[in-house]
Design a protein around this ligand. Structure first.
Ligand SMILES: [Zn+2]
Ligand SMILES: [Zn+2]
Length: 134
């Protein structure tokens, strides 16, 4: 069964045909800014496995000076995809957008070099990487 996802306003709906390759919490400064919190939690998948069911015209990408494109719903601002979607072979899907079909858990904390002074990393036993897992 594919995973189902949507944005906050419901204008964008999508599905993902394949299980995630990896799932991680990213604490980088870009993810903090776009999330309004400690960062994003995303699954990596093949870009081809994502199918936009509704609201393709609502999607807006933004590419920061340093980092890959992130894509938002232009109505509600939800961050849906990262990692260069839809131009790259692999991309990221924000777990906050997943409605059903995913029962896994994040496997790592990445970009912990960018943990904020006001942020406390949880003692969840997951590996932590300064940048990415190698
Ligand atoms: Zn929306
Ligand atoms: Zn990040």
């Amino acid at each position: 069964m594919p995973m189902q996802g949507s944005c906050l306003c419901g204008g964008v709906r999508f599905e993902i045909a394949e299980p995630f390759i990896t799932v991680s919490h990213c604490h980088c400064t870009n993810c903090k800014r776009i999330s309004g919190g400690v960062g994003t939690t995303s699954g990596r998948t093949r870009t081809e496995s994502i199918k936009i069911l509704e609201g393709e015209d609502l999607l807006r990408p933004y590419t920061p000076d340093e980092g890959s494109a992130k894509t938002f719903c232009s109505v509600c601002g939800s961050n849906l995809f990262g990692g260069g979607w839809p131009e790259t072979e692999l991309c990221s899907v924000r777990l906050t957008a997943i409605d059903s079909g995913f029962d896994g858990k994040p496997e790592a904390h990445i970009f912990v070099r960018s943990v904020a002074p006001w942020e406390t990393l949880p003692e969840d036993g997951l590996p932590r990487y300064d940048v990415r897992a190698t």
